[in-house]
Design a protein around this ligand. Structure first.
Ligand code: DLL
Length: 432
């Protein structure tokens, strides 16, 4: 099912010429309305008229989070403030947040994008959609809200938290589509079990999970425990929020809505473009945004791109499931490790709960890595010998996936902090 078949299944030649036209408009607009863009372009000796093909995108300077910080709060907006009708802010925990602004048209476009994503998950006018992403400055709640309303679905704007009530309403109101972070979905599953309910008593059909990395093994767990199709959704505040890319039911990569965004994959060190299929840093240019257009925004997220046709009929390119961020990548004794790879290895053992915490430290100039994993109550009550076997199994699974030795520590059920939004999976004591 498609929300906007004309746009989502546009033939690629048409799409490219559409993109070029919109790109030119955007570059012209930021050049004339945003001093920092004009200055950067002048430093490179380029003017908007130099952009005559999609390849010319590479002439343009990158934009980073630092640029947004330097221009905090409003100086990167490309329209007068009176045209901005909404502010959101990124969820970063350090320093000042990144403030992003939307015009009325931006909000309408965002709703269109989210309607496409929800339709991918099967949402229709008669669907019941429970939105358990946080409402507020975070883009998750309101982004989904406007998309679901645009479809005309019945929206439950419950936000995150109060999980028992979530579960009760999910059952009573017959929720069909659940939207939340994958880690909060785990928390919901746990609460279901504590309340003695099983998935048959629910009416769930699909989940749209994103805002943080999650592995294929986690997907299998969520699908099995909730009896749903679990789809991945990607986005970031600086670009618009959720709805930049979303999985269709093929579940083979996330379609990035190319009539709004031009994706590139670059080598984060050399900053050169990488060929199709190779993983690198995702860079995004918005071509249909008024309030805060971004040119070649360095997302710091790691993915690859595929232009292969998809069985769903959509022609928009697909990004791979996101492995992690360049800044979340742990370098342990020289080996690059993403927390999502550890998650994958843990879940592959099939014997532990999907709640874990990675603690990295440095002892005598040597990196150490400890993985705390919760075991089920029955396992925890078991004899020490059995627990030791489990511990070894996990360590060997991680070793065979990543080639590093880790210290695995099994911990009691419910001792690792649960999250209502984005989970914190890593404590890196080396930085302190
Ligand atoms: O997390 C927007 C969002 C809300 C996306 C709800 C999906 C669902 P920010 O708070 O600005 O925006 O955080 C953006 O989160 O750069 C990624 O590192 C990470 N992220 C978002 N979606 C995914 C995903 C929202 N599906 C940052 N897989 C991004 C992995 C994701 N990481």
């Amino acid at each position: 099912m498609h929300w906007n078949k004309t746009r989502e299944c546009m033939n690629r030649e048409q799409l490219r010429s559409y993109q070029l036209e919109k790109l030119k408009e955007t570059v012209d607009r930021v050049y004339h309305n945003v001093p920092s863009y004009r200055q950067k372009m002048q430093e490179r000796n380029i003017i908007p008229e130099d952009i005559n093909s999609l390849e010319d995108l590479q002439l343009l300077p990158f934009t980073t989070k630092q640029d947004l910080r330097d221009n905090y709060p409003y100086d990167m907006f490309a329209v007068p403030l009176e045209e901005i009708i909404r502010i959101h802010a990124s969820s970063g925990t350090t320093g000042k947040p990144t403030v992003v602004g939307y015009t009325r048209r931006d909000i309408a476009n965002w709703a269109e994008l989210m309607a496409r994503c929800l339709t991918m998950a099967g949402a229709q006018r008669d669907s019941v959609v429970q939105i358990s992403y946080g409402y507020g400055l975070f883009t998750g709640g309101l982004g989904f809200h406007y998309g679901a309303e645009k479809i005309g679905a019945l929206v439950i704007p419950i936000s995150g938290g109060n999980t028992r009530r979530q579960v009760m309403l999910m059952r009573d109101l017959k929720t069909e589509i659940l939207a939340c972070t994958p880690s909060y979905a785990l928390c919901i599953i746990e609460t279901l079990e504590q309340m003695g309910l099983n998935r048959q008593e629910l009416n769930l059909k699909a989940g749209i999970f994103g805002a943080e990395p999650w592995s294929e093994n986690m997907r299998a767990e969520l699908e099995e425990k909730l009896g749903i199709k679990a789809l991945d959704i990607y986005g970031l505040s600086e670009v618009i929020g959720p709805g930049v890319a979303c999985e269709c039911t093929e579940q083979r990569g996330l379609h990035i809505f190319e009539d709004f965004f031009i994706p590139e994959i670059i080598d984060p060190v050399t900053e050169k473009p990488l060929p199709e299929g190779q993983a690198g840093e995702l860079v995004i240019t918005t071509i249909d945004k008024e309030g805060l257009p971004v040119i070649r925004y360095r997302t710091r997220d790691i993915a690859s791109l595929s232009y292969e046709p998809c069985a769903c009929g959509r022609t928009h390119a697909r990004i791979s499931k996101l492995l992690g961020r360049t800044d979340d990548m742990l370098i342990i004794r020289g080996v690059n490790v993403f927390p999502s790879q550890i998650e994958s290895a843990l879940m592959a053992t099939g014997v532990v709960e999907p709640h874990y915490l990675i603690i990295v430290d440095r002892v005598n100039n040597l990196d150490t890595i400890e993985v705390l994993v919760e075991v089920s109550e029955t396992l925890f009550a078991d004899e020490i010998r059995k627990l030791e076997e489990v511990r070894k199994k996990i360590a060997s699974e991680i070793y065979s996936t990543l080639g590093i030795n880790v210290n695995v520590k099994l911990v009691e059920p419910y001792t690792i902090e649960r999250s209502e939004g984005k989970a914190k999976r890593v404590i890196d004591k080396r930085k302190i």
